[in-house]
Design a protein around this ligand. Structure first.
Ligand code: ADP
Length: 204
């Protein structure tokens, strides 16, 4: 289950889940595609620079991916999070990774329910923090807000893809960031990500 550019991983799987409508929405950009990965599994196992946490406003832990990250990182993560004084919806804050294989955790608070602009802002804030932090080049996102916070995966994913594509299109961003990994946890969400990748990061 290694991390590869998405089209090398994705296309094999998409044959099993034929897409309904995957007409490309953008021109092909191989340099961009090389930086995007689709990975299925537990985000806390990724040995990369930073993983994103779908946290809540307290930043003190919760259910879902947040609970997994705090469990795996250990109590020093909690201790640091206490000093961060919470986080508002749409915003993000940086912490260490402690016992995680990832160096950093970027905590963001997704919208409760389906609010496009707020979801988009979460991804932008996380990406901007990655940009501002010297040794972050590889980052992974879980499917923010699509669990306990109730954002339908089919509606959230196009927002995510558009936001990430537009961000990565900026030359200063793509110069620094080497890889953005979409970490999909639920098997049923994989096909949704593949369909959207074919539209937002099309290949020849
Ligand atoms: P939110 O409150 O933002 O909806 P959740 O943690 O409930 O956050 O869900 C967000 C997404 O994270 C869901 O797709 C869920 O399946 C996924 N998820 C849960 N545990 C993990 C994990 N260990 N690694 C990656 N993704 C996870």
């Amino acid at each position: 289950n290694e991390i590869k550019p998405w089209q090398e991983h994705g296309l094999a799987v998409i044959e099993k889940y034929p897409a309904k409508d995957v007409a490309p929405k953008y021109e092909v950009d191989d340099e961009l595609n090389k930086k995007i990965s689709l990975w299925t599994g537990d985000i806390t196992t990724l040995e990369i620079d930073a993983i994103i946490n779908a946290a809540n406003k307290s930043l003190l832990g919760g259910g879902g991916v947040d609970g997994c990250i705090h469990r795996m990182a250990g109590s020093y993560l909690y201790d640091e999070c206490v000093t961060l004084n919470g986080c508002s919806t749409e915003d993000a804050k940086l912490s260490g990774g402690y016992r995680l294989p990832a160096k950093y955790v970027i905590h963001t608070v997704g919208p409760i329910g389906e609010q496009e602009a707020k979801l988009s802002s979460c991804y932008n804030r996380c990406l901007d923090i990655a940009m501002e932090t010297d040794n972050i080049k590889t980052i992974a996102f879980p499917c923010i807000s699509t669990g306990i916070y109730g954002y339908d995966i089919e509606k959230a994913t196009p927002v995510v893809m558009r936001t990430v594509r537009e961000w990565l299109k900026k030359p200063e961003n793509s110069e620094k960031i080497e890889r953005i990994i979409f970490c999909v946890f639920l098997k049923g969400d994989v096909a949704v990500y593949e369909e959207n990748l074919l539209q937002y990061f099309p290949v020849e």
